[in-house]
Design a protein around this ligand. Structure first.
Ligand SMILES: *[C@@H]1O[C@H](CO)[C@@H](O)[C@H](O)[C@H]1NC(C)=O
Ligand SMILES: *[C@@H]1O[C@H](CO)[C@@H](O)[C@H](O)[C@H]1NC(C)=O
Ligand SMILES: *[C@@H]1O[C@H](CO)[C@@H](O)[C@H](O)[C@H]1NC(C)=O
Ligand SMILES: *[C@@H]1O[C@H](CO)[C@@H](O)[C@H](O)[C@H]1NC(C)=O
Length: 263
């Protein structure tokens, strides 16, 4: 019994099989190029293992099933912040991050995430392949299928905006796998929430402090399931353009990323 179980486990680790074995989860917080703490120390431990979510209307879409309170890690506005991915981002798709400010009366440990969320990071398609010899200049290039900047990544980081107001937050990693997203309610979401406390940037100046935190959306509510980017028009391997779902990125002017910053 023990032996066959362990053989199966080993096979699962070494094989590159599509399907359930390509699933992943976010268990580690990354700050300024380093993993901080133990797995699930600063990230709410959910009981969904590495399985995806497909119901965008469930409250479990917020921080995953049965997510348990974690510790809260203090960062400075402007720090680099991100997540480690177990084992890796195993499907075609995108990585996004949402941030929700804890009400003054509460703490990150007690907050249920029912307030507003801002979209602060979006890692989408890889840069267009300009050296592809099969395409010449002009329209032909427009028909190239997209590739993904998330391919097999094991971590990612974003700059926590320097204008992030001091306070406690939930930081939500949302991986969106598109391999079945040509079918209704078959896009797969991989979700975890970190608890962070943001203190003011050491970079004094305060320019942009007045920039409003938002637009804010509710989770669930951010997606309906039929918007471009969640329900895609063709099978992913034929996709020639991709429209990312979600509200405008905050702060205003933030661009989608096409290259990952890994550890
Ligand atoms: C996760 O926890 C919820 C709530 O306790 C429970 O209903 C569900 O069965 C659990 N799921 C797993 C996979 O253990
Ligand atoms: C770029 O094009 C080359 C040559 O066709 C190909 O081998 C490579 O896989 C392409 N890279 C991407 C990211 O599409
Ligand atoms: C989510 O709820 C909205 C609003 O009720 C509905 O239009 C949509 O079809 C639902 N999506 C899924 C995937 O059930
Ligand atoms: C985007 O891709 C879809 C499906 O492949 C195609 O029908 C549509 O014309 C494309 N749009 C643009 C602007 O290229």
């Amino acid at each position: 019994m023990m032996l066959s179980k362990s053989i199966l486990f080993t096979l699962a680790l070494v094989s590159n099989v599509p399907g359930s074995l390509a699933h992943w989860t976010y268990s580690r917080l990354v700050v300024n190029d380093e993993v901080v703490g133990e797995p699930w120390q600063y990230i709410r431990h959910h009981n969904n293992s590495n399985a995806p979510l497909t119901d965008v209307n469930s409250t479990d879409f917020r921080c995953n099933f049965n997510a348990q309170t974690a510790e809260t890690y203090t960062v400075r506005a402007g720090d680099k912040i991100g997540f480690g991915i177990d084992e890796h981002f195993g499907h075609p798709g995108i990585q996004q991050v949402y941030l929700s400010r804890v009400p003054e009366s509460s703490t990150a440990a007690n907050y249920d995430g029912s307030g507003g969320w801002a979209r602060v990071y979006s890692l989408t398609t890889a840069p267009a392949n300009s050296t592809n010899s099969s395409s010449t200049t002009g329209n032909e290039g427009d028909d190239e299928v997209v590739t993904w900047a998330t391919h097999n990544i094991q971590s990612f980081q974003l700059p926590l905006p320097a204008t992030t107001p001091p306070g406690e937050y939930l930081l939500r990693a949302e991986g969106l796998a598109l391999h079945a997203a040509h079918k209704w309610a078959c896009a797969q979401f991989y979700v975890s929430c970190a608890q962070i406390k943001v203190v003011a940037s050491s970079n004094i100046g305060g320019k942009g402090e007045s920039a409003e935190f938002g637009p804010l959306v509710k989770i669930p509510g951010v997606y309906k399931g039929d918007e471009p980017g969640v329900l895609i028009p063709v099978f992913w391997s034929s996709l020639t353009n991709y429209t990312t779902p979600g509200p405008a990125l905050w702060p205003e002017g933030t661009q989608e990323q096409h290259v990952v910053e890994q550890l």
